[in-house]
Design a binder for this molecule. Structure first.
Ligand SMILES: Cc1cc2nc3c(=O)[nH]c(=O)nc-3n(C[C@H](O)[C@H](O)[C@H](O)COP(=O)(O)OP(=O)(O)OC[C@H]3O[C@@H](n4cnc5c(N)ncnc54)[C@H](O)[C@@H]3O)c2cc1C
Length: 295
């Protein structure tokens, strides 16, 4: 789980943003379009551009930071957890310059289930978001930044992309970025038929939508099964895998162990882990980095 590690501020910068509009994309996904005064200074690198989103606590109108300078991370960690902004990782689905806006597609993961509302703070916030609602993001100020992972090396013959609905915004961004003539094979696992969406690309793409609701299989199973059964093109591949951490590991193991992919040509990122919130994942990473895990 490299994705949730503490981000460095440069070349990332804090931007105060507000909701312009929301658009329901399907049963599982909601698009929120943001704007902000300084958004002309935001520079998405496209593809799977990650950024951090900071939500206000339920009793606050906007996120409250003690420090937004270079020492923000230590200050944020030192803040009272009931007062400090909630931090989550998301993808810039698309940035536009006139007017200055960007879209984020949120997987609701049960936040809107009337029988037993689930989700987490970010998906619940997204579901309730209204024009004018405010939050803060830590986002890139230069296009060439460390928050873009999709970087196929020279000599790549074809691209393999796979992920669940949390990875769909990144997959869409990658497909929109690929050049004509690139061969891309794509497997996307979603909860419902209605979650399919158009994925415009100049590349030569073949997209396989794997819908869980047919036989109600476990999250991740359709993707692993489809990859195992797939006939893959000849030539040198570059694979990009994201989504639930256990599924990501299983797909990577299959590609490297059973299909002989060069491990350096497989970029894999756990975007979330079953049963763990992003705070819990960050706490694990911090404990591992400081050698306090298990103490
Ligand atoms: C680099 C990166 C980019 C990401 N981009 C996106 C994006 O563009 N769109 C997007 O929707 N997500 C994206 N994610 C995933 C998102 O950060 C997580 O799903 C996050 O946990 C959601 O926060 P939350 O507050 O809703 O839930 P949390 O409070 O973090 O978790 C609450 C519970 O929900 C479970 N959970 C979390 N996500 C899911 C899910 N999708 N399905 C089922 N259960 C879940 C957790 O295991 C936990 O038990 C990205 C993650 C990373 C690391």
């Amino acid at each position: 789980m490299t994705a949730t590690a503490a981000p460095t501020a440069a070349p990332f910068r804090f931007f105060d943003v507000q909701v312009v509009r929301t658009l329901r994309l399907g049963p599982s996904m909601l698009r929120i379009t943001f704007t902000g005064e300084r958004l002309a200074e935001l520079a998405s690198g496209g593809r799977d551009q990650r950024f951090k989103l900071f939500l206000p606590q339920p009793h606050q109108a906007a996120p409250v930071f003690d420090d937004m300078g270079d020492g923000w991370y230590a200050a944020w960690r030192g803040q009272d957890p009931a007062e400090r902004p909630l931090m989550r990782s998301y993808t810039i689905r698309e940035q536009r310059h006139d007017p200055a806006e960007f879209d984020v597609d949120f997987a609701l993961h049960g936040a809107d289930d009337p029988a037993s509302p689930g989700g987490g703070p970010a998906s619940r916030w997204a579901l309730r978001a209204r024009p004018g609602d405010r939050l803060t993001v830590l986002a890139p100020a230069v296009e060439d930044n460390g928050g873009v992972d999709f970087r196929p090396p020279p000599g790549t013959d074809w691209i393999l992309l796979t992920g669940d609905e949390t990875a769909l915004p990144a997959i869409a961004g990658i497909l929109a970025w690929l050049s004509p003539g690139t061969v891309a094979k794509v497997w996307i696992e979603v909860g419902h038929e209605g979650d399919r969406q158009p994925l415009p690309s100049f590349a030569d793409t073949e997209v396989d939508w794997l819908v869980r609701d047919h036989a109600a299989p476990r999250h991740g199973e359709p993707a692993v099964d489809a990859l195992r059964a797939a006939e893959l093109p000849e030539g040198t591949p570059y694979a990009w895998i994201a989504g639930e951490a256990g599924t990501v590991k299983a797909v990577r193991r299959h590609l490297v162990g059973e299909r002989g992919f060069d491990r350096r040509a497989v970029k894999f990122t756990g975007y979330w882990r079953r049963g763990a919130s992003e705070e819990e994942l960050l706490a694990e990473l911090t404990a591992a980095a400081t050698g306090t895990a298990g103490k």
